[in-house]
Design a protein around this ligand. Sequence first.
Ligand code: SF4
Length: 319
Amino acid sequence: MNDVLLEVKNLRVVFHTYRGIVQALDDVSFTIHRNERVGIIGETGCGKSVTSLAIMRLIEPPGEIVNGEIIFEGKDLVKLNENSLNTIRGKEISMIFQEPLSSLNPVMKVGFQIGESISKVKNISIKASQKFVRDALKAVDLDPERVVNLYPSELSGGMAQRVMISMALSTNPKLMIADEPTSALDVTIQAQIMNLLDELVSKMKNTVILITHDLGVAAQFCDKILIMYAGTIVEFAETKELFENPLHPYTKGLLKAIPKVGNKNKIVGIPGSVPDLVNPPRGCRFHPRCPFAMEICKIEKPTLKTESQDHLVSCHLYR
Ligand code: SF4
Protein backbone atom coordinates (compact mmCIF):
# COMPACT_ATOMS: atom_id res chain seq x y z
CA MET A 1 0.00 0.00 0.00
CA ASN A 2 1.25 3.48 -0.91
CA ASP A 3 1.62 5.30 2.39
CA VAL A 4 1.85 8.78 0.85
CA LEU A 5 -1.35 10.66 1.66
CA LEU A 6 -0.56 14.14 0.41
CA GLU A 7 2.02 15.40 -2.03
CA VAL A 8 2.35 19.13 -2.65
CA LYS A 9 4.48 19.86 -5.70
CA ASN A 10 5.90 23.24 -6.80
CA LEU A 11 2.94 25.12 -5.36
CA ARG A 12 2.82 28.83 -6.12
CA VAL A 13 0.12 31.12 -4.71
CA VAL A 14 -0.17 34.84 -5.33
CA PHE A 15 -2.53 37.58 -4.18
CA HIS A 16 -3.33 40.42 -6.57
CA THR A 17 -3.40 43.61 -4.51
CA TYR A 18 -3.42 47.33 -5.26
CA ARG A 19 0.26 47.42 -4.16
CA GLY A 20 1.25 44.67 -6.58
CA ILE A 21 1.40 40.87 -6.64
CA VAL A 22 2.04 39.29 -3.24
CA GLN A 23 4.12 36.14 -3.84
CA ALA A 24 2.66 34.26 -0.90
CA LEU A 25 3.94 30.75 -1.72
CA ASP A 26 6.92 30.20 -3.97
CA ASP A 27 7.61 26.70 -5.25
CA VAL A 28 6.45 24.86 -2.13
CA SER A 29 6.86 21.05 -2.24
CA PHE A 30 6.49 18.46 0.51
CA THR A 31 5.10 14.99 1.13
CA ILE A 32 3.02 13.74 4.06
CA HIS A 33 2.54 10.05 4.82
CA ARG A 34 -0.49 8.39 6.40
CA ASN A 35 -0.77 8.74 10.18
CA GLU A 36 1.99 11.34 10.33
CA ARG A 37 1.64 14.54 12.30
CA VAL A 38 3.47 17.36 10.59
CA GLY A 39 3.92 20.78 12.16
CA ILE A 40 4.26 23.81 9.88
CA ILE A 41 6.21 26.52 11.70
CA GLY A 42 7.22 30.05 10.87
CA GLU A 43 6.61 33.66 11.79
CA THR A 44 3.41 35.45 10.77
CA GLY A 45 3.42 36.05 7.02
CA CYS A 46 5.60 33.05 6.16
CA GLY A 47 2.84 31.18 4.32
CA LYS A 48 1.66 28.62 6.88
CA SER A 49 -2.04 29.41 6.69
CA VAL A 50 -1.95 30.04 2.94
CA THR A 51 -0.53 26.52 2.54
CA SER A 52 -3.38 25.01 4.53
CA LEU A 53 -6.02 27.06 2.69
CA ALA A 54 -4.50 25.99 -0.65
CA ILE A 55 -4.76 22.32 0.39
CA MET A 56 -8.45 22.88 1.19
CA ARG A 57 -8.74 24.83 -2.10
CA LEU A 58 -10.06 27.77 -0.11
CA ILE A 59 -7.88 30.42 -1.74
CA GLU A 60 -10.37 33.02 -2.92
CA PRO A 61 -9.78 35.99 -5.25
CA PRO A 62 -7.69 38.16 -5.11
CA GLY A 63 -5.67 35.03 -4.23
CA GLU A 64 -4.84 32.49 -6.91
CA ILE A 65 -3.01 29.18 -7.21
CA VAL A 66 -0.86 29.92 -10.25
CA ASN A 67 1.20 26.76 -10.39
CA GLY A 68 1.68 23.36 -8.81
CA GLU A 69 -0.14 20.23 -7.82
CA ILE A 70 -1.75 19.10 -4.57
CA ILE A 71 -2.06 15.34 -4.89
CA PHE A 72 -4.34 13.86 -2.24
CA GLU A 73 -4.89 10.11 -2.49
CA GLY A 74 -3.88 10.25 -6.14
CA LYS A 75 -6.20 13.14 -7.09
CA ASP A 76 -4.86 16.59 -7.95
CA LEU A 77 -7.01 18.93 -5.82
CA VAL A 78 -5.91 21.92 -7.93
CA LYS A 79 -7.73 20.45 -10.92
CA LEU A 80 -10.93 19.28 -9.19
CA ASN A 81 -14.20 21.13 -9.73
CA GLU A 82 -16.22 22.52 -6.83
CA ASN A 83 -18.60 19.53 -6.68
CA SER A 84 -15.76 17.03 -6.41
CA LEU A 85 -14.02 19.22 -3.84
CA ASN A 86 -17.15 19.32 -1.70
CA THR A 87 -17.08 15.52 -1.45
CA ILE A 88 -13.53 15.74 -0.07
CA ARG A 89 -13.82 18.78 2.22
CA GLY A 90 -15.22 17.88 5.59
CA LYS A 91 -15.30 14.17 4.80
CA GLU A 92 -11.70 13.35 3.86
CA ILE A 93 -9.95 16.59 4.79
CA SER A 94 -11.25 18.75 7.60
CA MET A 95 -9.95 21.89 9.21
CA ILE A 96 -9.94 23.54 12.62
CA PHE A 97 -9.50 27.30 12.47
CA GLN A 98 -7.79 29.51 15.03
CA GLU A 99 -10.85 31.59 15.95
CA PRO A 100 -13.50 28.99 16.82
CA LEU A 101 -16.15 31.55 17.67
CA SER A 102 -15.84 33.33 14.34
CA SER A 103 -15.94 29.98 12.51
CA LEU A 104 -19.29 28.98 14.02
CA ASN A 105 -22.57 30.44 12.76
CA PRO A 106 -23.80 32.72 15.59
CA VAL A 107 -27.51 32.25 14.81
CA MET A 108 -27.56 28.44 14.79
CA LYS A 109 -27.55 26.17 17.82
CA VAL A 110 -24.46 23.99 18.17
CA GLY A 111 -26.40 20.71 17.71
CA PHE A 112 -27.84 21.94 14.43
CA GLN A 113 -24.46 23.14 13.10
CA ILE A 114 -22.62 19.92 13.82
CA GLY A 115 -25.62 17.95 12.53
CA GLU A 116 -25.62 19.95 9.31
CA SER A 117 -21.99 19.12 8.60
CA ILE A 118 -22.45 15.42 9.49
CA SER A 119 -25.64 15.16 7.43
CA LYS A 120 -23.85 16.49 4.32
CA VAL A 121 -20.97 14.08 4.67
CA LYS A 122 -23.06 11.01 5.57
CA ASN A 123 -25.91 11.96 3.26
CA ILE A 124 -28.52 11.64 5.99
CA SER A 125 -31.10 14.05 7.44
CA ILE A 126 -30.14 16.52 10.18
CA LYS A 127 -32.59 14.69 12.47
CA ALA A 128 -30.87 11.36 11.80
CA SER A 129 -27.47 12.99 12.38
CA GLN A 130 -28.28 13.90 16.00
CA LYS A 131 -27.04 10.57 17.37
CA PHE A 132 -23.66 11.23 15.72
CA VAL A 133 -23.70 14.82 17.04
CA ARG A 134 -24.06 13.54 20.59
CA ASP A 135 -21.26 10.99 20.11
CA ALA A 136 -19.03 13.72 18.65
CA LEU A 137 -19.66 16.04 21.62
CA LYS A 138 -19.07 13.25 24.13
CA ALA A 139 -15.73 12.50 22.45
CA VAL A 140 -14.53 16.03 23.26
CA ASP A 141 -15.73 15.80 26.88
CA LEU A 142 -18.74 18.11 26.49
CA ASP A 143 -22.19 17.37 27.89
CA PRO A 144 -24.18 16.71 24.68
CA GLU A 145 -27.64 17.28 26.18
CA ARG A 146 -26.68 20.78 27.31
CA VAL A 147 -24.36 21.86 24.49
CA VAL A 148 -26.60 20.93 21.54
CA ASN A 149 -29.06 23.63 22.63
CA LEU A 150 -26.51 26.41 23.10
CA TYR A 151 -25.70 29.20 20.64
CA PRO A 152 -21.99 29.89 19.95
CA SER A 153 -22.14 33.11 22.00
CA GLU A 154 -23.01 30.98 25.06
CA LEU A 155 -19.78 28.95 24.75
CA SER A 156 -16.44 29.79 26.36
CA GLY A 157 -13.39 29.89 24.04
CA GLY A 158 -12.30 26.42 25.17
CA MET A 159 -15.80 24.97 24.68
CA ALA A 160 -16.05 26.55 21.23
CA GLN A 161 -12.75 24.97 20.19
CA ARG A 162 -13.96 21.59 21.52
CA VAL A 163 -17.08 22.02 19.37
CA MET A 164 -14.90 22.80 16.33
CA ILE A 165 -12.76 19.73 17.02
CA SER A 166 -15.84 17.55 17.41
CA MET A 167 -17.13 18.86 14.08
CA ALA A 168 -13.79 18.34 12.33
CA LEU A 169 -13.33 14.80 13.64
CA SER A 170 -16.98 13.68 13.49
CA THR A 171 -16.41 12.32 9.98
CA ASN A 172 -13.08 10.69 10.87
CA PRO A 173 -11.20 12.53 8.08
CA LYS A 174 -8.03 11.08 6.60
CA LEU A 175 -6.34 14.46 6.98
CA MET A 176 -7.05 17.06 9.62
CA ILE A 177 -5.54 20.53 9.36
CA ALA A 178 -5.40 22.44 12.63
CA ASP A 179 -4.53 26.09 12.00
CA GLU A 180 -3.24 27.62 15.25
CA PRO A 181 -6.01 25.79 17.16
CA THR A 182 -5.06 27.21 20.54
CA SER A 183 -3.71 30.67 19.79
CA ALA A 184 -6.96 32.39 20.83
CA LEU A 185 -7.10 30.52 24.16
CA ASP A 186 -5.43 31.08 27.50
CA VAL A 187 -2.45 28.92 28.46
CA THR A 188 -4.17 26.32 30.66
CA ILE A 189 -6.96 25.78 28.14
CA GLN A 190 -4.33 25.54 25.35
CA ALA A 191 -2.74 22.55 27.08
CA GLN A 192 -6.13 20.86 27.59
CA ILE A 193 -7.06 21.31 23.93
CA MET A 194 -3.72 19.99 22.66
CA ASN A 195 -3.99 16.96 24.99
CA LEU A 196 -7.50 16.32 23.74
CA LEU A 197 -6.41 16.56 20.10
CA ASP A 198 -3.48 14.26 20.82
CA GLU A 199 -5.76 11.67 22.42
CA LEU A 200 -8.39 11.81 19.66
CA VAL A 201 -6.07 11.65 16.66
CA SER A 202 -4.06 8.83 18.29
CA LYS A 203 -7.30 6.87 18.69
CA MET A 204 -8.64 7.66 15.24
CA LYS A 205 -5.26 7.49 13.48
CA ASN A 206 -5.80 10.68 11.50
CA THR A 207 -2.97 12.33 9.62
CA VAL A 208 -2.54 15.85 10.96
CA ILE A 209 -1.05 19.11 9.76
CA LEU A 210 -0.60 21.44 12.72
CA ILE A 211 0.01 25.07 11.84
CA THR A 212 1.66 26.90 14.70
CA HIS A 213 4.25 29.55 15.49
CA ASP A 214 5.02 27.69 18.74
CA LEU A 215 7.92 25.26 18.36
CA GLY A 216 7.30 23.92 21.87
CA VAL A 217 3.74 22.83 20.98
CA ALA A 218 4.97 21.31 17.70
CA ALA A 219 7.78 19.44 19.49
CA GLN A 220 5.29 17.73 21.78
CA PHE A 221 2.67 16.95 19.17
CA CYS A 222 4.38 16.37 15.80
CA ASP A 223 6.45 13.60 14.22
CA LYS A 224 7.96 15.96 11.67
CA ILE A 225 8.44 19.69 11.39
CA LEU A 226 8.43 21.82 8.30
CA ILE A 227 9.87 25.32 8.65
CA MET A 228 8.59 28.05 6.34
CA TYR A 229 10.10 31.44 5.70
CA ALA A 230 8.64 34.15 3.45
CA GLY A 231 6.55 31.73 1.39
CA THR A 232 9.24 29.08 0.97
CA ILE A 233 10.15 25.87 2.79
CA VAL A 234 13.57 26.19 4.35
CA GLU A 235 13.82 22.95 6.34
CA PHE A 236 11.88 19.71 6.83
CA ALA A 237 12.91 16.92 9.19
CA GLU A 238 11.74 14.57 11.91
CA THR A 239 11.06 16.51 15.11
CA LYS A 240 13.91 14.99 17.16
CA GLU A 241 16.39 15.46 14.32
CA LEU A 242 15.30 19.07 13.77
CA PHE A 243 15.74 19.97 17.44
CA GLU A 244 19.05 18.13 17.82
CA ASN A 245 20.57 19.06 14.49
CA PRO A 246 18.96 22.19 13.02
CA LEU A 247 20.67 23.18 9.78
CA HIS A 248 19.05 26.30 8.38
CA PRO A 249 20.09 29.62 10.00
CA TYR A 250 16.40 30.58 10.30
CA THR A 251 15.56 27.36 12.17
CA LYS A 252 18.56 27.92 14.45
CA GLY A 253 17.28 31.44 15.12
CA LEU A 254 13.78 30.18 15.96
CA LEU A 255 15.21 27.58 18.36
CA LYS A 256 17.36 30.18 20.13
CA ALA A 257 14.28 32.33 20.61
CA ILE A 258 12.40 29.67 22.66
CA PRO A 259 12.25 30.70 26.33
CA LYS A 260 13.57 27.95 28.65
CA VAL A 261 12.86 27.58 32.35
CA GLY A 262 16.03 28.26 34.38
CA ASN A 263 17.91 29.74 31.43
CA LYS A 264 19.39 33.03 32.70
CA ASN A 265 20.75 34.00 29.28
CA LYS A 266 18.88 36.64 27.37
CA ILE A 267 16.53 35.24 24.74
CA VAL A 268 17.95 36.10 21.35
CA GLY A 269 15.36 36.94 18.70
CA ILE A 270 16.03 36.99 14.97
CA PRO A 271 16.86 40.56 13.96
CA GLY A 272 14.71 42.16 11.27
CA SER A 273 11.35 41.02 10.01
CA VAL A 274 9.74 38.90 7.30
CA PRO A 275 10.11 40.75 3.96
CA ASP A 276 7.30 42.33 2.00
CA LEU A 277 6.27 39.59 -0.40
CA VAL A 278 5.26 42.08 -3.08
CA ASN A 279 8.97 42.58 -3.61
CA PRO A 280 10.81 39.74 -1.84
CA PRO A 281 14.62 39.75 -1.72
CA ARG A 282 16.33 38.19 -4.70
CA GLY A 283 18.17 34.89 -4.15
CA CYS A 284 17.57 33.47 -0.68
CA ARG A 285 14.63 35.34 0.83
CA PHE A 286 16.29 35.10 4.26
CA HIS A 287 19.56 36.75 3.23
CA PRO A 288 18.87 40.25 4.67
CA ARG A 289 18.50 38.65 8.14
CA CYS A 290 21.06 35.86 7.85
CA PRO A 291 24.35 36.15 9.76
CA PHE A 292 25.99 33.70 7.31
CA ALA A 293 24.85 35.33 4.05
CA MET A 294 27.34 35.05 1.19
CA GLU A 295 27.42 36.76 -2.22
CA ILE A 296 25.73 33.79 -3.88
CA CYS A 297 22.82 34.06 -1.42
CA LYS A 298 21.90 37.48 -2.86
CA ILE A 299 21.80 36.16 -6.40
CA GLU A 300 20.80 32.52 -6.48
CA LYS A 301 17.77 30.99 -4.83
CA PRO A 302 18.73 27.86 -2.88
CA THR A 303 16.66 24.74 -3.53
CA LEU A 304 15.35 22.24 -1.01
CA LYS A 305 17.72 19.26 -1.03
CA THR A 306 18.31 16.24 1.17
CA GLU A 307 21.24 16.93 3.47
CA SER A 308 21.11 13.68 5.37
CA GLN A 309 18.51 10.92 5.48
CA ASP A 310 15.02 12.48 5.51
CA HIS A 311 16.44 15.89 6.46
CA LEU A 312 15.78 18.52 3.82
CA VAL A 313 17.25 22.01 3.86
CA SER A 314 17.31 24.94 1.48
CA CYS A 315 20.55 26.84 2.08
CA HIS A 316 23.77 27.50 0.12
CA LEU A 317 25.84 26.68 3.21
CA TYR A 318 25.18 23.01 2.50
CA ARG A 319 26.05 23.04 -1.20
FE1 SF4 B 1 21.82 32.32 4.91
FE2 SF4 B 1 22.64 32.03 2.42
FE3 SF4 B 1 21.68 29.95 3.71
FE4 SF4 B 1 20.07 31.90 2.92
S1 SF4 B 1 21.23 30.52 1.62
S2 SF4 B 1 20.07 30.94 4.89
S3 SF4 B 1 21.38 33.68 3.22
S4 SF4 B 1 23.54 31.10 4.21
